[in-house]
Design a protein around this ligand. Structure first.
Ligand code: HEM
Length: 491
């Protein structure tokens, strides 16, 4: 076993134990708790769950059924001296998501991104500078700019599916990965890449992200072959983008409308221009942040829709209605009008969050109060985890949480809003909420509205299982779908 396999194995075991622990914790709530007080404040510390001891209870729990009874809960999982405190449920998550970076930080978990995005950006710089840089990202894909990107997305989607035959069978996960990169090529990276060197850049991005595994999170810099390939891919991408940035700055051509141009034209607060290294790092990080997240979400949406006739029919009826109302034309406002499709995507992401757990480190101690009224001290230095895989399935927020039911987000129910802030965290929340959420919905809607309008589709493989061995959870293996062209009747 090489080092990566070992670290992946270790990490998977930690993750497995942690998940099992979290699943059974509420069951064991009454037997596990020797409460320790914080000597300074005299308030209780979160109860500690020893994974090894818990495993002893497993057979009994398995035979009795380990259907988790999720409740807002705070507990620390300890394994071989490593401790992580879980904050489950919106009641205990406000400070986790909203706290200042000086009080609760993203820690060094994201250090593995430094070799991917390069020096001088992302997690290679201090919090304050990173926050300033995020402003460029937010401005680059804010609503007014999103409107322009919709046309490019529609064009890419139409061109892509025009190449499909009259009927056939495809792996939609693979198809969406390629298509979403073409969209990124057009909207983010710019026409030099999209028109002249797409295949080269696509395969360099592939090298970059296939070089990162769970092991990279623990040992980001060990010189194993996949990391070396990653470094080489980054160096080549840096060369390509530096050349493009230089050539755009030197030319008198009218400015392009893509995100790359926006980043090139941006100015720092002190009036200095952005550097080639910064622009390269940012554009790589934006593609990276959206690539797998969007591919996985688009695939989960399809898998859920194609296995739930009721919602597939509702989504189809909505498209017929859209065609009657707006004709064939799709723009930003038409996409905003697709409420049913929106709920179908949101529900797929509730059940299959791409990022399963968000991590933070307490830089200052704070207090959380659970739904049951218990208050716990979270001491400085604690590792904290907000598990979306549990938060998104709390039965006191989501009725029948294991059921795919997009109607739960429809106007009269809106279970996430009724549940309060941080009830739905598939895009994170608070201070570091995903800045690409609106962009991601746009591209998934453009793709699925086109597919629903133009193809009869059937999921040929079984409903995909989750691949837990990835940093971002994805559908396991190929997701085969058969298609037949059709024109959606509007009458
Ligand atoms: C369905 C697709 C997507 C999902 C599920 C998703 C999910 C997330 C989540 C959970 C976070 C929070 C991470 C944390 O709190 O530590 C996040 C942050 C972020 N996302 Fe996304 N994302 C998606 C698409 C995108 C796209 C398309 C972009 C850019 C074009 C993007 C850019 C970012 C950035 C820059 C951050 C960091 C924000 C910060 O640290 O303040 N994401 N995303």
């Amino acid at each position: 076993m090489d080092l990566v396999s070992i670290s992946i194995y270790m990490w998977s075991m930690v993750a497995l134990c942690t998940i099992i622990t979290a699943m059974v914790t509420t069951k064991l709530a009454r037997v596990r708790r020797p409460i320790t007080l914080n000597p300074k404040s005299k308030r209780p510390l979160p109860p500690v769950v020893n994974v090894i001891a818990l495993l002893e209870h497993l057979p009994r729990l398995c035979t009795k059924g380990v259907i988790p009874v999720y409740k807002g809960s705070v507990f620390t999982v300890s394994l071989f001296g490593l401790k992580a405190t879980f904050l489950v449920g919106p009641e205990v998550s406000a400070h986790f998501y909203q706290g200042m970076d000086s009080e609760i930080s993203q820690g060094d978990l994201y250090e593995f991104t430094v070799p991917l995005f390069g020096k001088g950006v992302g997690f290679d710089i201090d919090n304050a500078t990173r926050t300033e840089h995020l402003r460029f990202f937010i401005d680059a894909i804010k609503t007014s700019k999103l409107r322009n990107h919709v046309n490019s997305m529609v064009q890419e989607v139409e061109d892509y599916f025009a190449k499909w035959g009259e009927n056939g069978i495809v792996d939609i996960k693979h198809e969406f990965e390629k298509l979403l990169m073409l969209i990124s090529g057009h909207c983010l990276l710019g026409k030099e890449v999209r028109d002249n060197m797409f295949d080269e850049v696509f395969s360099l991005f592939h090298e970059l992200d296939s070089g990162v595994g769970l092991g990279s999170v623990i040992f980001p810099y060990i010189p194993i072959p996949s990391h070396i390939r990653c470094d080489k891919a980054h160096a080549k991408l840096a060369k390509i983008f530096s050349k493009i940035v230089r050539s755009r700055r030197d030319s008198n051509r009218p400015a392009e409308q893509d995100v790359l141009q926006y980043l090139i034209d941006s100015k720092h607060r002190d009036g200095n221009s952005t550097t080639e290294q910064e622009v390269t790092g940012w554009i790589i990080s934006m593609v990276f942040a959206g690539k797998h997240t969007s591919t996985n979400s688009t695939t989960w949406t399809g898998a859920c829709l194609l296995t739930h006739d009721k919602f597939l029919t509702e989504a189809l009826d909505e498209q017929k209605h859209m065609i009657q109302k707006h004709g064939d034309h799709i723009d930003y406002n038409v996409l905003l009008d697709m409420d049913i499709l929106h709920c179908c995507i949101k529900e797929a992401l509730r059940m299959h969050p791409v990022a399963p757990i968000i991590y933070r480190k307490a830089q200052k101690s704070f207090v959380v109060r659970t739904r049951e009224g218990d208050a716990y001290d979270i001491p400085e230095g604690h590792n904290l985890l907000s598990p979306m895989i549990f938060n998104n399935r709390l039965p006191y927020i989501y009725k029948d949480p294991h059921m795919y039911d997009p109607d739960r987000f429809a106007p009269k129910r809106e279970e996430d809003k009724v549940g309060g802030m941080f009830s739905y965290t598939s895009f994170g929340g608070g201070r570091h909420i995903c800045i690409g959420e609106a962009y991601a919905y746009m591209q998934i809607k453009v793709i699925w509205s086109h597919l629903l309008r133009n193809f009869e589709l059937k999921l040929e493989s079984p409903f995909p299982k989750t691949n837990w061995s990835k940093i971002l959870l994805e559908p396991w293996g190929k997701v085969m779908v058969s298609y037949k062209r059709r024109r959606l009747p509007t009458a």
